[in-house]
Design a protein around this ligand. Structure first.
Ligand SMILES: [Zn+2]
Length: 403
């Protein structure tokens, strides 16, 4: 799918990229936001900006003001009030269409586990002019099952059926165990008797809508997903203050990564910042581990190039995946994709100019990170081979050799 006509055209010498695969993103709010509602989606904080400050005065806020106003017919960097007024005048559907079309994303892999009135994958794909597949969030699946039963055995059967059913259509699974407990979980699958006891305990104490945070059940979900053979995304690194950051260092997953390898499951470490070098190391060391550059780039704005450089120090180039992690605001699709393009172009073209990289290699690697790696991992590309299956030795097939 070619990007829409309003995609910013590459500058002279800019690395050509295929339509992006956004392998980790969410729906946008279906409705017009007031100013506070918009600003609240520019941050990972769960609180309003401190008195006398604004979330527009951040790297992400400045990036939104750089890239988005021209797409709504305004000057770059125009005051937030003018931008928000224009946004309301156009209405959320037109704004969403314009912004998503400008992001140059051909494939959306959408984590549908967040609450709220958000666009679903099909609506995102229609607005963005691309295609979409679902990523199923494990904890949300288990909580939906728990809403319908108080019996441990029917809960566990329901989870098992739900995971296996989702595996037939979804592109992958995602876990937010980092939020619910932290990544410092025992590595091995919990014994069935312990899982049954934990389910009984949790269901007996659970109020309707209660969140799953039991470490035994979280591990059971991880292993249930791993055995399907679909890629498993794991939140690591920064996020909202619902998590405790030092317990989200991806290195805490090292024993789990070793233990899960024989299943053939591919692990994708999301976000990572400020531990993105640790994620890059794990992608370097383990054939079934991949790392995601999303969110870290959006929130670091004008410093995105430095953050991407941190990933590219150690991660093999076939192990990095682009995403926006956009949620709530279509602006985050624009910012995530533009910052990625700029940062990638800035780094790679400098390495070409220095003689460290050949131009042909830079173009090939850029296309891998933008789309090719994700198509291979998730089996979404027309030209991609069979998905890594349970029991198979995971890891990418060798890419084309340099010519
Ligand atoms: Zn996310």
């Amino acid at each position: 799918m070619p990007p829409g006509a309003d995609v910013p055209t590459p500058g002279a010498g800019e690395l050509p990229l295929p339509p992006l695969v956004d392998h980790h993103c969410h729906g946008v709010v279906r409705g017009d936001l007031d100013d506070a509602g918009f600003e609240g989606l520019l941050t990972e904080s769960d609180a309003p900006a401190a008195p006398g400050t604004s979330f527009f005065d951040t790297q992400l806020g400045f990036a939104v003001r750089r890239w988005c106003p021209p797409l709504l017919g305004l000057d770059a960097h125009c005051p937030p009030e003018r931008y928000l007024a224009r946004r309301r005048a156009l209405g959320w559907e037109e704004v969403t269409r314009r912004l998503l079309r400008a992001a140059g994303i051909g494939t959306f892999l959408v984590d549908t586990g967040l609450p709220g009135d958000l666009t679903d994958p099909a609506q995102l794909a229609a607005a963005g002019g691309g295609t979409a597949r679902e990523i199923v969030r494990l904890e949300a699946l288990a909580e939906r099952v728990a809403d319908g039963t108080r019996s441990a055995s029917s809960f566990l059967t329901g989870v098992d059926d739900g995971v296996r059913g989702a595996a037939r259509t979804a592109a992958g699974f995602k876990s937010v165990a980092a939020y619910r407990h932290g990544l410092d979980l025992p590595a091995e699958p919990p014994a069935p008797a312990r899982v049954a006891a934990a389910a009984s305990r949790w269901l007996a104490d659970r109020a309707p809508g209660g969140r799953l945070a039991d470490p035994v059940l979280l591990r059971h979900l991880l292993w249930s997903a791993a055995r399907t053979g679909l890629p498993l995304q794991l939140h690591t690194g920064f996020g909202d203050p619902d998590l405790t950051l030092h317990r989200c260092d991806p290195l805490l997953l090292t024993d789990f990564i070793r233990a899960v390898r024989p299943t053939g499951c591919t692990l994708v470490l999301l976000h990572g910042y400020p531990y993105h070098r640790n994620a890059a190391y794990l992608a370097h060391a383990f054939p079934h581990v991949y790392a995601d550059v999303g969110l870290a780039l959006a929130h670091t704005g004008a410093r995105a190039e430095a953050v991407l450089a941190g990933f590219l120090e150690l991660a093999p180039f076939g192990k990095l995946l682009f995403s926006t992690d956009a949620y709530g605001l279509p602006e985050l699709y624009v910012v995530g994709s533009r910052l990625f393009r700029e940062a990638l172009h800035g780094l790679l073209s400098r390495w070409v100019a220095d003689g460290a990289w050949a131009r042909a290699d830079a173009e090939r690697v850029a296309a891998l990170i933008a789309a090719g790696n994700a198509h291979r991992v998730y089996g979404t590309g027309a030209a991609s081979g069979p998905r890594t299956g349970a029991g198979a030795e995971p890891g990418p097939r060798p890419g084309p050799r340099p010519r």
